[in-house]
Design a binder for this molecule. Sequence first.
Ligand SMILES: [Zn+2]
Length: 327
Amino acid sequence: MEAAVFERPGLEFLKLIDVEEPKITDHDVLIRLKVAGVNPIDYRAVSGGVEVKPLPHIPGAELSGVVERIGNHVTNIKEGDRVIVYSRVFDGTCDLCLNQSEMLCRNGGIIGVVTNGGFAEYISVPERNVFKIPDEMDWDLAASLSISILTAFHALKEASLKVNDCLIVFGASGNTGMMALQFGKKIGASVIGVSKQHWITNFGADYVIGDYDKVVERVDEITEGRMADVVLNSLGVKTWDSSFASVGVNGRLVTFGSLTGADVKLNIQSLYYKQIKLIGATGGNRKELQEILTTFSAKDLKVKVWKRFSIQDARHYLIKVESEEFC
Ligand SMILES: [Zn+2]
């Protein structure tokens, strides 16, 4: 089969070559890939930002496709099923897995990082990572489910977002940001998107703040001084101060990304006087992924496809995803 492969870290080493089709064991599912998302983790995998195995390596973490073949002991998945791949590798036996935190598995990692990924014609994954999707769901939405959509869903759960809360989403025009806007509206929150892209109103933003220097002032006006109940900031240091200053009393600031840098300053007086909770979130668990699939129909959620690439352009699109301004 053809796959995007690199023998050592560096975008310049990623190339399309013929490799052996992956083998399946009794509990595995072989998937013919349809659409893969391009995620910052793929860039980090190829560029050396995270250590990968095995080498040579196939990247690609956010995957959807059709089941080609199943192992002898696979019970719930059959050939021809349209599926997505839960992106975490996990043992299923450690205390965190038993506590439904497979994304934090003590012996785990991310598909496409600690295993070969899906920038290829086929991938083999354990059955427990495979989720069926409805016939009417298009591949664009499907490909976003296992990372972008799940991350947004999990982050809002961790933040206990409720009806009538005020939610602010920084980086609202990114894939995860767009999903957070949509979930926020479905929960019944008032949603403010921080982005230069006014079209985010099509994804549920009640208000758009395009000027990053005026976020706090605008949030103060919109909320009549109460500020936000929940703020999502996955952009890191660049928007940290304004995101923190936008949190109201008993508010929650959630972060699950650090695109512009990870080292921030924190005024702990504001933290305790306002009883702010700082929450880190990463990915989500399989129960949440199943919950998304059963709660929302294909019509309920939408994605915006920035660009489509074929697999031989892998190097170019990875450079692009990292340089793209999602603010
Ligand atoms: Zn585990």
